[in-house]
Design a protein around this ligand. Sequence first.
Ligand code: NAI
Length: 251
Amino acid sequence: MKLQGKVALVTGGGGGIGRATALAYQREGAKVAVADLNGEAAQAVAAEIEAAGGEAIAIAVDVTQSAQVEAMVKQVVTRFGRLDIAFNNAGIDIEHLPLHKATEEEFDKLVAVNIKGVWLCMKHEITQMLEQGSGGAIVNTSSVGGVIGAARQPVYGATKHAVLGLTRAAGVEYARKGIRVNAVCPGIIDTEMTERAIAREPKRAPYIEQAHPIGRLGQAEEIARAAVFLSSEDASFVVGHPLLVDGGMTA
Ligand code: NAI
């Protein structure tokens, strides 16, 4: 087990990539805090973890709200005594419009969840990790859209580029404190987010699969394995890195 005795926090843990990662962390021996805007979904994943013999708590949180994020970290520490690993994964995807047609409201929402949310989480998690003084590992969810230009997702893509900026800066800033900050950049993954995108534009479905040289969508578990790697001692010399897990999409 790669994460035996560690305490891990997963945001956006109620579904998709977050759920798969919360379950993978448990299988590797971590105690897991499952945080999500959808408190019931978080509760369901925490129950799955407990049913598998692990220890978990569910936390309802909106990652755009500083007080809630601070309270989330405190709740983890109250329950489990510390925080070693954080997967800052909560994110939204709402545009799918050409840049000149997207609205200011969409821009503000994307920036709030995808950038401010990740920054707020890191701010409070790192504060806790520094206080503990025993290092830690943070993994942020970026995207292939954080590495290449994505037509009809200009603001989403910009927010995911920003996640890599935050990741690199924090990686460099806290490396000497033993806190490793990295990012995972998924290709298109078979989750509800992708189902919603296909439902909005069914004609894009074949393109979405073919976008990956490997010839299929990714599975949430394939991202979870990358998050486990970056969170574990296997990645002890990996800092500020954007790990592409994209079936060759950006190759
Ligand atoms: P999903 O929509 O299935 O799950 C996202 C979870 O985040 C949901 O449970 C949702 O309730 C939660 N969430 C949304 N806003 C929140 C907020 N303000 N506070 C707390 N929780 C919030 O999405 P999926 O596919 O699992 O995506 C997870 C991450 O992976 C996102 O950051 C997304 O941008 C990224 N990603 C997804 C890809 C895909 O193809 N599905 C590709 C590349 C990146």
